[in-house]
Structure formats: structure tokens, C-alpha cells
Design a protein around this ligand. Structure first.
Ligand code: BTN
Length: 266
């Protein structure tokens, strides 16, 4: 069986049967000086958090729920790269462990087809122009699909629901963390280009018509690129290029048969 070996994630590995939220705990430990590579794993969260104050739901002993603490020597505007390499590591690890092809939905979601498989919550603390710490939390639906839960904003799935096979969470975790560490070391050396190219290649929204809603505003356009700083570059309906930094994204489609107009994706 594969092990983590000499990984930074074996230095301070903390496991809980149940936790409030691994991101919340990682931030508390970071404030007390916990070291780079601290890994918090749990089987269940009583207050799992998603982006924009949403909940993250998961049944006990079924999925992957973890957070990692990093103290990178990167400026704040480059921190998005870490979300992306965790997305790529989760995508590659899932593919290796189960054969399932995963895509990335900007800014932090993992999808299998048109259903959400996982999400990343990135939280950052800055001191002036420097990054104090970054907490990256991953929730990945491995053997349990939250589809029957109420209040889901999107269709969801799990590796089991997609492949019909139970996946070893331990092996998947090792596969994701090993990859993440390799990618992270490259990023610290300034080798971003290949990762930037890959996250655009596996982005499910590239070339698609989208709508992004943020703070009462809505932007619509065709996605050209996801930039290194995490901004979405779109061509809007007037043909102008626009950068969008955050928001809730919906994929739209232009209905060829009916001519103009955007419709909700199926
Ligand atoms: C999202 O899709 O909005 C992000 C979901 C992130 C969920 C993970 S589960 C482990 C970690 N702890 C949390 O409370 N959230 C992240």
C-alpha cells in the first residue's frame, strides 16, 4: 500500500472523529503558530463551511474532509494558484483512484459531468503585503452523495454514484496529498505556467456562456480564460473584455435553434 512517506503532511497530522470544521480548527492552530504542512482530517463536521457562508454536508466515514495549513512565501495576489493546484491534485488523484474524469468549475468547485463532486474553501490571513498563512479545505464526495439533502443549490454527486465502485478514502487522500506537495514545490520555485495551462484545459467553463452574480451585480459573457490571479476573463455581450474577480457562476447556453438568447444549462 502506498504511504505518504517523507511528506510535509506527516509532520503535524491531526485526526478527529468529529470536528466543528477542519478549516476553523486549522485557522485556530495557525493563529497559535502551527507549522506549515499541518493537516487536519475528520470523519464528520458539525458546522462544515462552504464558500459564501454556505454549509458543507457530509455523512460520517464516507467522504474526504480535510484542511491543510501553509505558510507560503507568495504575495497575496498569487494565493489563488494554491486553490487551483489543490483542484488539479484532487482531479488527478480521483482519476487515478477511480478512473473518474473530473473538471474544475471556477473558482473552487470540482465537477463530474454537470454535478458537483467537491469544493475547496481557501482562507487567507495577511500581514501588510505578506501572507501570514493560508488554509485550504477540501470536501470531496467519495462514497456518499448529499443529493437527498435539503437546501442544495446545485445537483451533486459522488465517486460511488458516478462509477458504482467504493473508493478507498485513505488511498485517495494519499494520492491527492502527494500530488499537491509536488505541485506546491513547483509553484514555490515559480513554475506556474504548466499548472495555469492545465487548469484552463480542465475548466468546464472555458468557451462557455456564463453569468456571474456578485453583490447584486450580474455579468454575462463568454469565458476566455481564468487568469493566474483567479480572475475570470470574459467577453461580454457588447464584445468587450472584462475581468470578474468573484461571484456565483451559472453556465448558460445559446440555443442555436432559437437564435439569440441565453438559457439555463440543463
Ligand atoms: C464550497 O464548495 O463552497 C467549498 C466547500 C469546502 C468544504 C471543505 S470540507 C473540509 C473543510 N472544512 C470546512 O468547513 N470546509 C472545507
Amino acid at each position: 500500500m502506498e504511504t505518504l512517506g517523507r511528506s510535509i503532511f506527516t509532520r503535524n497530522l491531526i485526526y478527529y472523529e468529529s470536528a466543528v470544521s477542519t478549516n476553523t480548527l486549522a485557522k485556530q492552530l495557525a493563529q497559535k503558530g502551527a507549522s506549515e504542512g499541518t493537516l487536519i482530517l475528520t470523519e464528520y463536521q458539525t458546522a462544515g463551511r462552504g464558500r459564501m457562508g454556505r454549509k458543507w454536508l457530509s455523512q460520517r466515514y464516507s467522504n474526504l474532509l480535510f484542511s491543510i495549513l501553509l505558510r507560503p512565501s507568495l504575495p497575496p495576489h498569487e494565493i489563488f494558484v494554491l486553490t487551483m493546484i489543490l483542484a488539479l491534485a484532487a482531479m488527478d488523484g480521483t482519476n487515478e483512484s477511480s478512473g473518474l474524469q473530473v473538471t474544475i468549475k471556477w473558482p473552487n468547485d470540482l465537477y463530474a459531468g454537470h454535478k458537483k463532486l467537491g469544493g475547496i474553501l481557501t482562507e487567507i490571513s495577511t500581514k501588510g503585503k505578506k501572507v501570514g498563512y493560508v488554509v485550504l479545505g477540501l470536501g470531496l464526495n467519495v462514497n456518499w452523495n448529499p443529493e437527498k439533502e435539503q437546501d442544495l443549490l446545485y445537483p451533486s454527486t459522488s465517486i460511488l454514484a458516478e462509477t458504482g465502485l467504493v473508493t478507498s478514502r485513505e488511498q485517495l487522500l494519499i494520492s491527492i496529498l502527494k500530488r499537491f506537495e509536488d505541485y506546491y514545490l513547483d509553484i514555490l520555485k515559480g513554475e506556474i505556467e504548466d499548472y495555469h495551462r492545465r487548469w484552463n484545459e480542465y475548466s468546464m467553463i472555458r468557451g462557455r456562456a456564463v453569468e456571474i452574480a456578485s453583490e447584486g451585480e450580474k455579468a454575462r459573457g463568454i469565458v476566455l480564460l481564468i487568469d493566474r490571479d483567479g480572475a475570470l476573463l470574459i467577453r461580454d455581450e457588447e464584445g468587450k473584455e472584462r475581468k470578474v474577480f468573484s461571484g456565483d457562476l451559472t453556465i448558460l447556453r445559446r440555443d442555436k435553434d432559437e437564435g439569440a438568447g441565453y438559457g439555463q444549462a440543463p
